[in-house]
Design a binder for this molecule. Structure first.
Ligand code: PLP
Length: 412
């Protein structure tokens, strides 16, 4: 019999979305009439912009002709895309990143998960809490998490940096000297951000303590406030201590197309068990060239199109569409007397459940009173208890209707 990786069997079953589906199905089976509005899962709804479609169609024609056919590309991504990323996402913000520091991939989920391959099994990990579950679960798979305590909802070897109203969602610096710190800003699920000065404290901490920050900026395109950094490399010295993950998924509707990228600066160094200093960039390059054959040519051409003037305009329109929804939700919640965060630099609204209700009790009330589905905050980590996530990714019509129904919560 196959001896399996025990770390996988340690993972509790992914209860959150299956439990949401179970409760919604049970409710739907016993009620008819008002349609259920789903604002739980963080998938987008707007179609791909026309610039991306045009370039994809063109790329398909390249593939259809022996003279222009492209087979395997460079595992790190085609230069036409890496050069655009360097120019528009970094140089335009005054950040020097080289094309060979950019690794194009099939998305940020793979990269934030796979990065663990190049990190020692002994590294100590810190995450903000609540958290995008991929960071925790992939460390469990790698054996870095210790044991799960179901009474606290925490893994013994992971340091949880709590984010809630008592610290205005600004995590405190770690106490247990982690080697790796996952930061996601703008944050999923809370929609909160760090200012430039606040992020600088993390970079300074990492530099002083030999830690590395894994910075997930999948939602940077949603930033509207000027003191919120788009890239961790806007902070001096960050290239020595940070890896940055980006995604075209939420920026341009690429959740099904699949394309993202990771930046691993040459300045970032690691140390092996014999004390030898190594470039993290060359380890990631080795990992990618061994285990990954590159994002599809068609996806990369579509991503390239997003950097054309028309592509940039269309991306901005899509983001403005979702952020109009976010503003509607924020207003609707305020009218109903419900406090919330997010929705200004991110497509997520993180609301405090009224009357101290648990996340799941509030989920049931939303479902039964408003026929509205969101995500119970506790599903993202223990500090999410008493909170609830709504996404701005629906249509205007559905969002407007959701806001109308949220008025029913004023009586709570
Ligand atoms: N990182 C965060 C914080 C996310 O919320 C998501 C998707 O929901 C991802 C990464 C995954 O992005 P991708 O579609 O590029 O894999």
């Amino acid at each position: 019999m196959l001896k399996v990786n025990d770390n996988f069997t340690k993972l509790p079953s992914s209860y959150l979305f299956s439990e949401i589906a179970r409760r919604v199905d049970t409710f739907a089976a016993s009620h008819s009439g008002e349609k259920i509005i789903r604002m739980g899962i963080g998938d987008v709804t707007r179609p791909l912009c026309s610039e991306a479609i045009r370039e994809m169609e063109e790329a398909v024609r390249h593939e259809a002709d022996a003279a222009t056919f492209r087979g395997y590309g460079p595992e790190q991504g085609h230069l036409f895309l890496r050069e655009k990323i360097v120019a528009y996402d970094y140089a335009a913000r005054g950040i020097d990143i080289l094309p060979d520091e950019v690794f194009v991939s099939d998305g940020a989920k793979s990269d934030t998960g796979n990065i663990g391959d190049i990190i020692s099994a002994n590294c100590k990990v810190a995450v903000t809490d609540p958290v995008y579950p991929v960071y925790v679960d992939t460390n469990v798979m790698a054996g870095r998490a210790g044991e799960f305590d179901s009474s606290t909802g925490k893994w013994s070897d992971i340091e949880y940096l709590s984010c809630n109203d008592s610290n205005s969602f600004i995590p405190s610096l770690p106490k247990n000297h982690p080697d790796i710190i996952y930061l996601c800003y703008p944050n999923n699920p809370t929609g909160t951000t760090l200012t430039r000065n606040q992020l600088k404290e993390w970079v300074d901490y990492a530099r002083a303590n030999g830690a590395v920050i894994l910075f997930d900026s999948a939602y940077e395109a949603y930033i509207s406030e000027s003191d919120v950094p788009h890239s961790i490399y806007e902070i001096e010295g960050a290239k020595e201590v940070a890896i940055e993950f980006r995604s075209f998924s939420k920026t341009a509707g690429f959740t099904g197309v699949r394309c993202g990228y990771t930046v691993v600066p040459h300045d970032l160094k690691g140390i092996d068990s014999s004390g030898k200093i190594v470039e993290v960039n060359s380890l990631w390059n080795r990992r990618q060239t061994t285990k990954f054959n590159g994002a599809s040519y068609i996806s990369q051409r579509a991503a390239e199109a997003l950097y054309s003037p028309e592509g940039q305009k269309q991306v901005k329109e899509t983001i403005a569409y979702y952020m109009t929804n976010a503003a509607m939700l924020r207003d609707g919640l305020a009218q109903a007397g419900i406090e919330c965060r997010g929705g200004i630099n991110a497509p997520y609204i993180w609301l405090k459940t009224p009357g101290g209700l648990s996340s799941w009790d509030f989920f049931d009330i939303m479902l039964k009173k408003c026929h509205l589905v969101g995500t119970p905050g506790v599903g993202f980590g223990p500090s999410g208890e008493g909170y609830f996530r709504l996404t701005a990714f629906s249509s205007h019509e559905a969002t407007l209707e959701a806001v109308r129904r949220i008025e029913r919560l004023s009586e709570l």
